[in-house]
Design a protein around this ligand. Structure first.
Ligand code: SAH
Ligand code: SF4
Length: 344
């Protein structure tokens, strides 16, 4: 059965009209789904009962079912959802002073195979449908009792490798008649797949982008991120410099790994690359979050601080991302792995 969030407004209009109802019913239904976030069609009390019953017969309302909710000591909450085909996906809620950020997944597993990433090392199962991406937001809002103010597309999967579905989900997340989240509050994190990156930049020029660079050297990147061979960072950065985006600041994500990308030479290469490209950006240093059997380690605390100072000394804003929720394995794909592992 199709999820009602996987069809366009036009299709919903046509469906409603074909049943002999007026078009404004479409907008009432959208309001119930996306604004009031009802769990059943029967709760749509201003919709005629006959239409509610027809909707119930023809569509499902949620693609995901909440499975588990794990609160970390630092207030981060990990949400696990079950899909109709028995898979598990994860989202993370991160509260801060005046924000509630939700980190959402776009695929089950990932095809990119980054060596340091637990999701990447677990392989690829399938793409998430638009409804499964949107449901993470709607269900998180229901579970938390308030809607997330910000979304980061930074969970499991590479969003640009599932562009058609991610695009439809973003459209509904930002549309006034749907979730109505400001497009400046949705950040997409990617390794940079050039054709889809171009589409993203041209269709959503204001959407903040985070690029998982992890080094300033192509040679180092090839060793840890296979994507570098097909879509080299040099060309990826050129796409991000396009006119339409020039007023937007790019976030460069840099997962710090001991002995891999934390030497002075490595950091100098990063600074040089940013200068040569003359790109407006800020750097997000992410201390590597260790997972079982991973060959990498995070650098010592004092080195991480030195790296931050060094980059800042070149006039580039640099932040260390607190590894929040690491006590519940909040990093990319790690909890799903543990969940599936323990179930076996
Ligand atoms: N596929 C996208 C989005 C999901 S990964 C991307 O790669 O950007 C989100 C972020 O988690 C990326 O910046 C990635 O480099 C980082 N990451 C992956 N595994 C990690 C780990 N073990 N510790 C810290 N960060 C990690
Ligand atoms: Fe995929 Fe991102 Fe993990 Fe790389 S870091 S394997 S792109 S989820």
């Amino acid at each position: 059965m199709r999820n009602i969030k996987d069809i366009s407004v036009k299709e919903l209009h046509e469906y409603i009209s074909s049943l002999g109802y007026e078009k404004y019913r479409t907008y009432q239904i959208l309001g119930w789904i996306y604004k009031r976030k009802v769990s059943n069609f029967s709760e749509m009390t201003d919709i005629p009962k006959s239409l509610r019953e027809k909707l119930e017969e023809d569509f499902e309302l949620f693609s995901l079912t909440p499975v588990d909710k794990i609160k970390s000591v630092d207030n981060t909450t990990k949400l696990l959802f079950g899909t109709k085909d028995g898979e598990i996906i994860e989202s993370v809620l991160i509260p801060s002073k005046d924000k509630l950020t939700l980190c959402i997944s776009t695929q089950i597993g990932c095809r990119m195979g980054c060596k340091f990433c637990s999701t990447g090392m677990q392989g690829f199962k399938r793409n998430l449908k638009p409804s499964e991406i949107i449901d993470q937001y709607l269900l998180a809002a229901k579970i938390e009792g308030r809607s997330p103010t910000n979304i980061v597309i930074m969970g499991m999967g590479e969003p640009l490798d599932n562009w058609d579905n991610v695009r439809l989900a973003i459209k509904k997340l930002i549309d006034e008649k749907h979730c109505a989240i400001s497009k400046r509050r949705i950040t997409l994190s990617t390794v940079g797949i050039i054709p889809e990156l171009k589409k993203l930049v041209s269709e959503f020029p204001e959407l903040p982008i985070a690029l998982s660079l992890n080094t300033g050297r192509s040679e180092t990147r090839k060793k840890i991120m296979p994507i570098e061979k097909l879509h080299p960072m040099n060309k990826v950065l050129d796409v991000l410099k396009e006119k339409k985006r020039t007023r937007k600041i790019l976030t460069i994500e840099y997962v710090l790994m001991d002995g891999i990308n934390d030497s002075d030479e490595e950091i100098e290469s990063l600074v040089n690359l940013i200068k040569v490209k003359n790109i407006k950006c800020k750097v997000n240093l992410i201390p590597f979050n260790e997972w079982e059997n991973s060959p990498f380690k995070k650098p010592p605390e004092d080195r991480i601080l030195r790296i931050q100072e060094k980059i800042i000394s070149h006039g580039i804003s640099t932040f260390i991302r607190k590894s929040r929720g690491s006590d519940i394995l909040a990093a990319c794909g790690q909890l799903r792995w543990k969940y599936l592992h323990d179930r076996r």
